[in-house]
Design a binder for this molecule. Structure first.
Ligand code: G1P
Ligand code: ZN
Length: 558
C-alpha cells in the first residue's frame, strides 16, 4: 500500500504487559455517537480503561491487525491516546495509525480507516460539546468500513462494560507523538501520521480543484470559521494552500484544548461571530463553519443562511456538476427529523430517499450496500459514500465546486431551488439543561396525548394525518430500531417531531423539530420563525413544553 507521508524515526520500546483488576462502572452505554461524559468522569481511575477494554472484548479477530486512533484535540485527548496505545499493544493489535499530536478529525479518521484497511478506529471527541477540564470528552469506536459502530456492536460493548473484571495495558513511558515517525511498542508498530494528508488527497480526487482555484483567482471571497477546533489545520491546507483562498480566509484556525472557551457548534447561535461577518454589505460571498471534530458544517451566503436540510437538497440537485458524482446518485438518505426537501430532489431524479433514525450510524448499511450516495441530517451534518462519517469540509468544498460551476450567489442558487421544488420552512427548537425527570415526564405525557390524537383532528388550519413513535427497519440487515422520535404529521405536509437528545452528558435536552411546506414563491421570502409560528404554538399545545419546563422559549433555535 502506498504511503503519502514519510516516517523518518524508528525507535523501539519493550514494554511489560500487565493485567489490571477492575470492577464495572455504571452507565458506560454509548449514546447517539459514542460514550460521552464530563472530563472528570473519564478521569476516574480505570474508567477509560474499562471502556476501552470493553471495546476490545466485544471484538473478534483483531490480533495483529491495524487500529486507527486520533481525536479532536480537546482537553484530555493526548492523555487518553497514550492509554489507548498502551492498551492496544497489550491486547495484541499489530499496528496503530495515530495522528500527529494525537489529532484526527472524525472524517479524516474515517478516511484513514478505509484507505489503510484498518480493523477499526477509536475517535476521541465529544463533537460540538464544549471542552476543557470542566467540559466534555468522548470515546467512539468505528468499524472497518470507517463508520460508527452499529447498535449491535455498541450494545455488545455495553454488555462487556457491565461484566469487566480486568484490563490489559503495557507499562511503558509515553510515546512522543509530536513527530511523524514509526515506533515499535513491543510487538505493535505505532505509525504517527500526518492527520491532513490522506484526507486532502481524497478531496482532490472528488472535486474539481482547478475550477475552484479559478473561482478564487477571480476574486471570490470566503470566510471559514474553524471555531478553534480540529478543522483549522485541514482548512488551512485545503482551502488556502491548495484551493487558493486568500490567506486569512480561515479564522479561529488554531485548535485549542478548550476551543477558546467557545461552544464549537456551527449554528446561528454558537457561530455568531461568523454570522456577523457575513451580515455586512461588504461581507465575503461565502461563509462556512465546522464543529469540534470536523464532521458538521454550516453554510452561509452573504446575509443568507442555508438550512442543513436545504443544503442536502441543493447538493443532491447539483451533484452532476461535481466530478465524483457526475455519473449520478444511487439514492439519498436523511434522518427522520430532517426536512423532506431532499425527497423532492430524489423524486425528480427518479431515485430513492431513505428516512433513518437520528445518528450517522444508520447511514452505514445504506452506503455500504450502494443504496445511497448522499446523506444528511438537520443537525448540520452532510456526507456521502466517500467515507462513513458526515464530513464538514467536504460539504464546504462541494458548495465551492457548485459555486465555481454556476457562477451565482449562494442565495440565488437556493432561491432558484425553492422555486423549482418548493420551500420547506424548517426550524429546530432545543430546550437544553432540563432536569432529566422533567424531560421524561414531558415525554411520558406526550405518549399519552398521542394516544388521543386522531386522524382528521384540527389544530387551527392543520389537520392531523398521522402520529407515531418513529421506528425503523434497516433495509439491509433488517434490524429494527424503535422509539426514535414522536412525530405528528398534518395533511398540509407540515410536521412536528419531539425527541430527547442522546448526546448530552448531564441534564436532558428536548428537541422540537418543525417543518412546513410552501409551493407559492411569493411566500418564500418569509422568515422561518414567522412561517412556522402557528406550528410552534401547536407544539406547545400538544407537549405542554411551557407547563413542564417553565420555559417560554427555547435555549437554541436553529
Ligand atoms: C445530535 C444530532 C444528531 C447527530 C448527533 C451526533 O444527536 O441531533 O443528528 O447525529 O448529534 O453529531 P442528539 O443529541 O439529537 O441525540
Ligand atoms: Zn461533530
Amino acid at each position: 500500500m502506498s504511503k503519502t507521508y514519510s516516517l523518518p524515526i524508528k525507535k523501539t520500546f519493550n514494554p511489560i504487559r500487565t493485567q489490571m483488576k477492575t470492577t464495572p462502572f455504571e452507565g458506560q452505554k454509548p449514546g447517539t455517537s459514542g460514550l460521552r461524559k464530563k472530563v472528570s468522569v473519564f478521569q476516574q481511575p480505570h474508567y477509560l480503561e474499562n471502556f476501552v477494554q470493553s471495546i476490545f472484548d466485544s471484538l473478534d479477530g483483531f490480533q495483529g491487525k491495524t487500529l486507527v486512533v486520533g481525536g479532536d484535540g480537546r482537553y484530555y485527548n493526548k492523555t487518553v491516546t497514550q492509554t489507548i496505545l498502551k492498551m492496544a499493544a497489550a491486547n495484541g493489535f499489530g499496528r496503530v495509525l495515530v495522528g500527529q499530536n494525537a489529532l484526527l478529525s472524525t472524517p479524516a479518521a474515517s478516511v484513514v480507516i478505509r484507505k489503510h484497511q484498518a480493523f477499526g478506529g477509536i475517535i476521541l471527541s465529544a463533537s460540538h460539546n464544549p471542552g476543557g477540564p470542566n467540559g466534555d470528552f468522548g470515546v467512539k469506536y468505528n468499524i472497518s468500513n470507517g463508520g460508527p459502530a452499529p447498535e449491535k456492536v455498541t450494545e455488545a460493548i455495553y454488555e462487556c462494560t457491565k461484566k469487566i473484571t480486568e484490563y490489559r495495558i503495557t507499562e511503558t513511558a509515553d510515546i512522543d507523538l509530536s513527530q511523524l515517525g514509526e515506533i515499535q511498542l513491543g510487538e505493535m508498530k505505532v505509525e504517527i501520521i500526518d492527520p491532513v494528508a490522506d484526507y486532502a488527497a481524497l478531496m482532490e480526487q472528488l472535486f474539481d480543484f482547478y475550477k475552484i482555484n479559478a473561482l478564487f483567482q477571480s476574486g471570490f471571497t470566503l470566510c471559514f470559521d474553524a471555531m478553534h477546533a480540529i478543522t483549522g489545520p485541514y482548512a488551512r491546507v485545503i482551502l488556502e494552500e491548495k484551493l487558493g483562498a486568500p490567506a486569512g480566509s480561515v479564522i479561529n484556525g488554531v485548535p485549542l484544548e478548550d476551543f477558546g472557551g467557545g461552544h464549537p457548534d456551527p449554528n446561528l447561535t454558537y457561530a455568531d461571530d461568523l454570522v456577523n461577518i457575513l451580515s455586512g454589505n461588504e461581507a465575503p460571498q461565502f461563509g462556512a463553519a465546522s464543529d469540534g471534530d470536523g464532521d458538521r458544517n454550516m453554510i452561509l451566503g452573504r446575509r443568507f443562511f442555508v438550512t442543513p436540510s436545504d443544503s442536502l437538497a441543493v447538493l443532491a440537485a447539483n451533484a452532476h456538476l461535481v466530478p465524483a458524482y457526475k455519473d449520478g446518485l444511487a439514492g439519498l438518505a436523511r434522518s427522520m427529523p430532517t426536512s423532506a426537501a431532499a425527497d423532492h430532489v430524489a423524486k425528480a431524479l427518479g431515485i430513492a430517499c431513505f428516512e433513518t433514525p437520528t445518528g450517522w450510524k444508520f447511514f452505514g448499511n445504506l452506503l455500504d450496500a450502494g443504496k445511497a450516495t448522499l446523506c444528511g441530517e438537520e443537525s448540520f451534518g452532510t456526507g456521502s459514500n466517500h467515507i462513513r462519517e458526515k464530513d464538514g469540509l467536504w460539504a464546504v468544498i462541494f458548495w465551492l465546486n457548485i459555486l465555481a460551476e454556476r457562477q451565482q450567489s449562494v442565495e440565488n442558487i437556493v432561491r432558484e431551488h425553492w422555486a423549482q421544488y418548493g420551500r420547506h420552512f424548517y426550524s429546530r427548537h432545543d430546550y437544553e439543561g432540563i432536569e432529566a425527570k422533567v424531560a421524561q415526564d414531558l415525554m411520558d405525557n406526550l405518549s399519552q396525548t398521542f394516544n388521543f390524537l386522531r386522524k382528521g383532528q384540527s389544530f387551527g388550519t392543520h389537520v392531523v394525518e398521522y402520529r407515531d413513535n418513529f421506528s425503523y427497519t434497516d433495509p439491509v440487515d433488517h434490524s429494527i430500531s424503535t422509539n426514535q422520535g414522536m412525530r405528528v404529521g398534518f395533511e398540509d405536509g407540515s410536521r412536528i417531531i419531539f425527541r430527547l437528545s442522546g448526546t448530552g452528558t448531564d441534564a436532558a435536552t428536548l428537541r422540537v423539530y418543525l417543518e412546513s411546506f410552501e409551493e407559492d414563491t411569493t411566500q418564500h421570502g418569509l422568515d422561518a420563525q414567522d412561517a412556522l409560528a402557528d406550528l410552534i404554538a401547536v407544539a406547545d399545545l400538544i407537549a405542554g413544553i411551557k407547563k413542564y419546563t417553565g420555559r417560554d422559549k427555547p435555549s437554541v433555535i436553529t
